[in-house]
Design a protein around this ligand. Structure first.
Ligand code: NAI
Ligand code: PYR
Length: 309
């Protein structure tokens, strides 16, 4: 499958690199208004291909996106240290007003995969601007936060993160909700598993993990200016689920008809991802306080999105 990437800075290039290493695409086209950057990124990523899977990697204009099955949108500005994702909204909405029209003109059949922040509201912006059905405009949402949650739980329990089944719901951002009550390790509820391996999840451990997931981006941006490896791998994972019609359950964002009483809001829930995009949305069983936190996250996103119209 041909995959387009618009915005070839840290996130776009990391997605291209991860896709090349995973064998997630037969052709990758990099588009950026900084053409010199796109050309350099394509050349660099192409040099990884002999160590991975056959794939053509090149830079091009929007017209080169023709025939793409997925176009990743990672264009726009990123957070500076201390800045929130939501503060990027008006600047990145302006970028999308230009980019989406060109992608739709040249790759009318592509699923749009949104990475630019604030990713949930940018997903809503992209849906409106594209006129596509909601299941074909997918935000990476909390795929990254879920990976962070699983990684920290895996470390605490002394098991591979692949054996942790836990999700972060709601906003990819400060109001996100770690669904502790639905978390499992293997097939065991997480708290019971933790006791069995001698690593109980105390209130203190839980608070530490929650803060560490929620503040990860701020911490990494403070240290190295941006985040890119985690999201690059996450984007490649979503593309592969689409390309191979894997029907994998991933926490991603689409505009959802109703969440905890909030109508038409883009946020993350576990969803089945396949060739047609989002096939089904799953609503985990939550405690009262988790449901209230999800409602608050949905309300925040709805209000912030409405402010843009
Ligand atoms: N969804 C997620 O989990 C994550 C999202 N992000 C977001 O991804 C976005 C990109 O971040 P970085 O790659 O670090 O930024 P970056 O500044 O390295 O790259 C952005 C690229 O977009 C390009 N661009 C800007 N306007 C454009 C336009 N009109 N047309 C084409 N290209 C355009 C720039 O030339 C630049 O190369 C940011 O909004 C950031 O917040 C970052 C990390 C994780
Ligand atoms: C920057 C960002 O959204 C993240 O790393 O979570």
């Amino acid at each position: 499958m041909k995959v387009g990437i618009v915005g070839t800075g840290m996130v776009g290039s990391a997605a291209g690199y991860a896709l090349a290493l995973r064998g997630g695409a037969s052709e990758i086209v990099l588009v950026d208004h900084n053409k010199k950057l796109a050309i350099a990124q394509a050349e660099d990523i192409a040099h990884a291909v002999p160590f991975a899977h056959a794939c053509v990697v090149r830079a091009g204009g929007y017209e080169e996106l023709e025939g793409a099955g997925v176009v990743i949108l990672a264009a726009g500005v990123a957070q500076k240290p201390g800045e929130s994702r939501l503060s990027l909204l008006s600047r990145n909405a302006e970028v999308f007003s230009e980019v989406i029209a060109q992608v739709r003109r040249d790759a009318p059949d592509a699923i749009l995969l949104i990475a630019s922040n604030p990713v949930d509201i940018m997903t809503e912006v992209a849906l409106r601007a594209s006129g596509l059905p909601r299941e074909r405009v997918i935000g990476s949402g909390t795929i990254l936060d879920t990976a962070r949650f699983r990684s920290l739980l895996g470390t605490h329990l002394g098991i591979a993160p692949q054996s942790v089944h836990a999700y972060v719901l709601g906003e990819h951002g400060d109001s996100e909700v770690l669904a502790w009550s639905a978390a499992r390790a293997g097939s065991e509820p997480i708290a019971r598993f933790a006791v069995q391996v001698g690593a109980p999840i105390t209130g203190e451990i839980r608070a530490q993990i929650d803060a560490s997931v929620r503040r990860a981006a701020y911490r990494i941006i403070e240290g190295k200016g941006a985040t890119w490896y985690g999201i690059g791998a996450g984007l490649a994972r979503i593309v592969q689920a689409i390309r191979d019609d894997q029907r994998t359950v991933l926490s991603v964002s689409i505009v959802t008809p109703e969440v905890e009483g909030v109508a038409d809001v883009a946020l993350s829930l576990p969803r089945i991802v396949g060739r047609a995009g989002i096939l089904t949305t799953l609503m985990p069983e939550l405690t009262e306080s988790e449901a209230a936190a999800l409602r608050a996250s949905a309300e925040l996103l709805k209000e912030t999105g409405a402010g843009l119209q």
